[in-house]
Design a protein around this ligand. Structure first.
Ligand SMILES: [Zn+2]
Length: 499
């Protein structure tokens, strides 16, 4: 029986956030150990759900010390990195023999002492297991992929959808490749190409444009057998690190093509990145000002399907604090009605609402407490607490359907015609259950506000009459200056003019 080490250690680090990601933040969301892991993920459309199914099919004994997926936030503390990474490394050392590894990482983790958290983790793992054990890694397509990651993993398999609805399929692809590698049928090796650019590929949007083009070209190469895997990553641009930016990795079979013939794989990767470079200015999204967005909300009539307004810049999925108030303030001041608003992350406000109780009118200072410079300070609002919850529910999907989500103690605070959902565990809007679990049917509102850049579309676009994006000046604003990005390799676009 083959012994496979698996696990999940995912973080997208926004280095501009003032919130350090310590163990308390890791434990707050989606943190499971040992035997809790199959109980939480078996039968779900998640990466670990697929991993357990594959283990059953191939008869693997699975070693699963940890599954940790913190909400995007600030730099990860050394203590948290060593503790969680240490669980994986300890299993690798003490549960020998290990025949193969299938890890689910994000690929944009910045740790206090390591700008490239995943590269460091994979290097340590490779050191323990030696050069011959296949290590297959799934990544988010917003990974900032580095040479160290490509060198120490055997294969890197990035998501191909944004919203990311193919985590399950990518994990299965990884499992199939790992099985072939453990059987000695293939020996996967990975090369990487990059360009001097902080962002590009339309920030990873896969509906159309250069990202979609490259993914299609990569899949054609996989299907024809010219490459084992082609992964296109848009990178995560809210990271002031040397290696921020898009990349393409090509995994080839060293048995079929000995190391001396790696050049074709490298040529493919470079060719793909030439295209990413040429199309770097392509953007399919447009951000409205707060005033423009409020005017659109006011234009809605009773009975209209919802206008879905996404606060792009306070996206908790990009490290935003989720407590920016600028847009909510504008809606309240404009007296907009029939609005469902998700969400303000503010545990103190929820605690006050819980002390007041359902049905009670009260005045609460809501949001804006983490860093008032980023999208507005606290709003003192008088309203009625209409719903209280522990914040837990089972997701509908399509992202992670069947998995329990936990937003911590939560309330609905009704102010005029606006139902404001307040949560305690930060997270972007990706699932209709984030409203329905709070007693709100979003399809019955003229305006639905969410905080998200793109992931909300999978669940919310189908119920929307239209989708718009708004820039509220919060943490994820698309601002690129040499001062903010002083650790990035130079020259780099768009900070420098490059031919
Ligand atoms: Zn992503």
């Amino acid at each position: 029986m083959k012994r496979v080490l698996t696990g999940r250690f995912m973080h997208e680090t926004n280095t501009f956030s003032v919130q350090k990601t310590d163990m308390a933040l890791w434990r707050r969301r989606d943190f499971h150990r040992d035997n809790e892991i199959p109980a939480a993920f078996r039968g779900t459309r998640s990466a670990l759900g697929a991993t357990f199914e594959a283990a059953e099919k191939y008869g693997w004994t699975v070693i699963h010390p940890i599954s940790a997926n913190a909400n995007p936030s600030g730099i990860v503390t050394d203590g948290a990195f060593d503790e969680i990474g240490g669980m994986m490394l300890k299993s690798a050392r003490e549960q020998q023999p290990i025949d193969g590894v299938l890890l689910h990482l994000h690929g944009a983790m910045v740790v206090e002492s390591h700008e490239d958290g995943e590269g460091e983790l994979l290097a340590r793992l490779r050191h323990i297991l030696g050069p011959d054990v296949p290590i297959v890694v799934t990544l988010d397509l917003h990974a900032n992929v580095t040479q160290a990651m490509a060198d120490n993993a055997s294969a890197l398999i990035a998501f191909r959808t944004y919203p990311h609805i193919d985590q399950y399929e990518r994990a299965w692809q990884g499992a199939e490749l790992l099985e072939r590698a453990m059987n000695g049928e293939v020996k996967p090796k990975t090369v990487i190409a990059r360009r001097p650019m902080i962002y590009g590929l339309d920030r990873g949007r896969t509906q159309k444009g250069p990202m979609a083009d490259l993914i299609a070209r990569g899949e054609a190469l996989e299907n024809s057998g010219e490459a084992l895997v082609v992964s296109v990553c848009a990178g995560f641009s809210r990271a002031n690190i040397r290696d921020v930016g898009p990349s393409v990795t090509v995994t080839f079979d060293e048995l079929a093509a000995p190391a001396t013939t790696a050049p074709p794989a490298r040529e493919t990767a470079e060719g793909f990145m030439d295209y990413a470079w040429q199309t770097r200015e392509y953007e399919s999204f447009k951000l409205l000002s707060v005033a423009e967005a409020v005017a659109r909300c006011k234009a809605g009539k009773p009975g209209d399907k919802p206008l879905v307004v996404a606060d792009y810049t306070d996206n908790p999925g990009g490290g935003g604090y989720g407590d920016a108030t600028a847009f909510l303030k504008a809606l309240v001041e404009a007296g907009v009605e029939r609005v469902a608003f998700h969400a303000i992350c503010d545990p103190e406000a929820v605690a006050e609402g819980m002390r007041a109780g359902v049905g009670v009118k009260t005045t609460i200072a809501i949001g804006g407490k983490t860093d008032p410079r980023m999208g507005g300070g606290p709003l003192s609002l008088t309203g009625e607490v209409t719903h209280l919850s522990n914040g837990k529910f089972i997701a509908y999907g399509p992202m992670g359907g069947g998995v329990e989500r936990d937003y911590g103690p939560s309330m609905v605070f009704r102010v005029g015609g606006i139902e404001i959902i307040c949560i305690s565990n930060n997270g972007q809007a990706v699932d209709l259950g984030q409203f329905t679990s709070m007693g709100i049917d979003p399809t019955r509102y003229t305006t639905v506000c969410v905080k998200s850049m793109q992931h909300f579309r999978a669940a919310f676009e189908p119920v929307a009459r239209e989708v718009i994006l708004v820039d509220t000046g919060a943490l994820c604003s698309e601002i690129y200056t040499p001062e903010l990005f002083d650790k990035v390799r130079r020259p780099v676009w768009p900070l420098d003019e490059i031919e």
